[in-house]
Design a binder for this molecule. Structure first.
Ligand code: PLP
Length: 359
């Protein structure tokens, strides 16, 4: 009987995961979720906040996107161009124009199975063993995992709570060495909800320019902005640094399950032909992104933006942010920065009241 492993001749060998995965940590779907499942089986009701998944909380996909995907499903049976449907990439290109990112052509855009796939691709395409990438701390853990899986090392730079969770530029600078290849910024930020000022973004560009680093900008929450705040795409602020900007439908359009994201190369592309070639190769190795998801992109990016209603003062997301903030900070020993953007609160527990030694 085969219970575990494979049978070779008469001996059963235990299968181990590859050495490449040894240092990869990605626990948001790991042991905690496993424990939650066990508790559910015991009859407990669990609210899962481990991933930003708006659908189970009643955030529906905008009706127009859903209808257009259904309408076009008949054309979704074949592979598309490995970089994505022309119409989707055209809409993304127009979006870069709205965000003042200059010089983006259709060829600079790759549509992927969510930003997640493209993060992994962006790291696999660039890093050699021993390369380093600067990643924010606190982190959205996929970035660290993707750097590690690609053979690199994530060097975490400090973001400071008492400074609106902005990255500390001195700390970034101090962590750069001959092996450093890029800087990741997540703006608006998961998990802190921070939104970066233009001055800060210019400071990051200055560092990248000086050290010849690629800037990876994860901007998946760029429309989830409260209190009238505006978002600046870092790629709109310079054209002499290579920017890889990532965005998608998951959060702004509450369609995580469609798995539709995109990667945009802009700025100093001339010096990055080979890297971009590598990204194209990785895109063609998985043939194309999920086509039904791609079909939602053009409709999502054009016309009425339902997210604007959700983040307005009377909108559900804004009211929930306010209520969650008030209730959390009313708990003795819990303080929190009130996030101007995204869908998260990153509270601090007073160690005098909550003597947690290891989280
Ligand atoms: N980047 C950040 C900062 C996120 O918070 C998330 C999802 O929570 C992702 C990327 C993944 O997005 P996608 O659903 O497009 O893979």
């Amino acid at each position: 009987m085969l219970t575990q492993g494979i049978i070779t001749g008469s001996s059963v060998q235990t299968l181990h995961k590859s050495l490449k995965l040894n240092n990869v940590c990605y626990d948001i779907r790991g042991p905690v979720l496993q424990r939650a499942k066990e508790m559910e089986e015991d009859g407990h009701r669990i609210i899962k906040l481990n991933i930003g998944n708006p659908a189970p909380f009643g955030f529906e996909a905008p009706e127009e996107i859903l209808q257009d995907v259904i309408h076009n499903m008949g054309q979704a049976s074949g592979y598309t161009d490995s970089k994505g449907l022309f119409s989707a990439r055209k809409a993304i290109m127009h979006y870069t124009q709205q965000k003042n990112i200059k010089g983006v052509t259709i060829e600079d855009i790759i549509v992927g199975n969510g930003v997640s796939e493209l993060i992994v691709m962006a790291m696999q395409g660039l890093l050699n063993n021993g390369d380093q990438v600067l990643v924010p701390m606190p982190d959205y853990p996929l970035w660290t995992a993707a750097v590690t899986l690609a053979g690199g090392t994530a060097r975490h730079y400090v973001c400071e709570e008492d400074n609106g969770w902005e990255p500390n530029l001195k700390d970034i600078e101090s962590k750069i060495n001959a092996n450093t290849r890029g800087i990741v910024i997540i703006n608006p930020n998961n998990p802190t909800g921070a939104l970066y000022s233009d001055d800060l973004l210019k400071g990051i560009i200055e560092i990248a320019r000086h050290h010849g680093l690629v800037i990876f900008a994860d901007e998946i929450y760029d429309k989830v902005l409260y209190d009238g705040h505006q978002h600046t795409s870092i790629a709109s602020l310079a054209d002499d640094v290579l920017f890889i900007t990532l965005n998608g439908l998951s959060k702004n359009y509450r369609t995580c399950g469609y798995r539709a994201g995109w990667l945009i190369a802009s700025g100093a592309k001339k010096h990055a032909h080979d890297y971009i070639e590598g990204l194209n190769m990785l895109a063609s190795m998985r043939l194309c992104a999920n086509v039904p998801g791609q079909l939602g992109i053009q409709t999502a990016l054009g016309g009425y933006q339902s997210i604007d209603d959700l983040v307005a003062p009377e909108g559900r997301l804004c009211k929930q942010r306010d209520l969650a903030y008030e209730m959390l900070t009313a708990i003795p020993g819990v303080t929190c920065y009130k996030p101007p953007a995204a869908m998260y609160l990153f509270p601090k527990l007073d160690p005098e009241i909550y003597p947690i030694e290891d989280d």
